[in-house]
Design a protein around this ligand. Sequence first.
Ligand SMILES: O=P(O)(O)OC[C@H]1O[C@H](O[C@H]2O[C@H](CO)[C@@H](O)[C@H](O)[C@H]2O)[C@H](O)[C@@H](O)[C@@H]1O
Ligand SMILES: O=c1ccn([C@@H]2O[C@H](COP(=O)(O)OP(=O)(O)O)[C@@H](O)[C@H]2O)c(=O)[nH]1
Length: 482
Amino acid sequence: MGSITDDKRNLIIVSNRLPLSVKRVKGTFESSLSSGGLVTSLSGLTKSTQFQWFGWPGIEVKDPREQEDVQKSLDAHNAIPIFLDSSLAHEHYNGFSNRILWPILHYQSGVVFDETPWQAYRRVNELFADAIAQTAESGTLIWVHDYHLMLLPQLLRDRLKQQGKSCAIGFSLHTPFPAGDFWRNLPVRKHLIEGMLSSDLIGFHTDEYKQNFIDTCASLLNARTEIPNQIQYQNRLVCIDKFIVGIDPQKFTDTLQMPDVQDRIRSLKDRYKGVKVIVGVDRLDHIKGLTQKLKGFDAFLDDHPELQNKVVLIQVAVPSREDVKEYQDLETELCTIAGKINGKHATPEGTPLLYMHRSVPFNELTALYSVADVCLLTSTRDGMNLVAFEYVACQQERHGVLVLSEFAGAASFMTNGSIPFHPANKTEMSEAIFNALNLDPAERKAKYEYLRGFVNTNTSAKWGETFIERLSRRCRRPGTSC
Ligand SMILES: O=P(O)(O)OC[C@H]1O[C@H](O[C@H]2O[C@H](CO)[C@@H](O)[C@H](O)[C@H]2O)[C@H](O)[C@@H](O)[C@@H]1O
Ligand SMILES: O=c1ccn([C@@H]2O[C@H](COP(=O)(O)OP(=O)(O)O)[C@@H](O)[C@H]2O)c(=O)[nH]1
């Protein structure tokens, strides 16, 4: 990296959630790694780049002495907590971000706007802006992440200007950005998009999301968008591009070599001798198409009675956003469907579906990826989907097959090396699973090698370094073309 990021004070990363969530345990504070792809992508960057990471620690701490204790527990990770009252955090995170914005960003219509969570969303963005503006110095690069903080670039720019500081602000969206029509139910959409447009550089996962954003800026704000990858709005030039987020594949290769992971792989292989293993790893979220996945697997079992006791689906459903009613309802629905599938297809020899509603330690996850013949991902929409990358990173020996919904962002890059399908079509899913299980070794190898090349080239480190390099160029020459 250039010298600009060699000094950690010069790069600030901001996300709603810190990579470590803090919990109060018997009078002290303990932290654990947060789940999800944003943490995975940014954690991969830590090897090559130093930065301070600002975010919400996931806990309410009011006492200033306790706040200091939390801060100390996060110091080793260069993480700076932004403390929020629990009701404000709840309205911001669950109320507006996850109940209103998240469905819209994932192309869902029928979302109902509510003023109270919107005010909380604004307030949290302001509190983040206050904290970051205080720490930033002229020349600091500030990289803001995701939909929880869409107003932050504008609020931050105003404060920095008042304080006479000049910083470059970058924004990366980790979700899809839908076509303009999906925004119509949201009366505050203009504020959100103008908020993002106060950045110097905005990154999306795919060309489709990038183009939807450009088109929305043109139609909603009358912004100038004729020059590729640039938006001119209110006398400012904003650069827009696609940056392919990835993982740290080496971390998986190293983990697979560890003796206890090798032991675990041996024991899983032994346990599933003569049985084809299909794996699924998803946060328990509507967008992951888990209902569709279980129904598609049920259809596959119906279609292939000859495979009774010869195939198992191991589905990890990582608990997520459990305070939101829609997520609680989904959990109940999935338990019911899982029970019905096993009720219908189980035999004294075993059950075809192992449904695990919990998170899985990293070593166990790599072992699971490694022994699986197929990875089945059924997202109805998904910003990228890093599980697809992780499965490939663990398939050096087996050359397992990725069965990937055409609606995951990852499908924009991985279709050639996978078996694509439409997640709403049970017959298509059933056929895709069957084809994956029966692909001949030469074809499996060819698909694997294509995907391995992609995953090893587009790492999280490369993603981060490319974005930061582009942002620092804008910092050195503000206002110039992108
Ligand atoms: O923080 P949570 O509410 O627990 O949710 C976890 C993360 O979910 C989303 O992840 C997205 O980012 C991934 C990496 O770019 C991408 O592969 C995936 O498709 C997205 O869904 C969310 O955008 C993150 O902010 C959350 O932290
Ligand atoms: O128990 C688990 C299982 C998986 N993951 C990780 O969660 C991330 C999921 O990222 P993805 O982009 O697929 O989707 P997201 O959850 O961010 O929507 C991957 O890095 C997984 O390894 C996790 O944190 N805990």
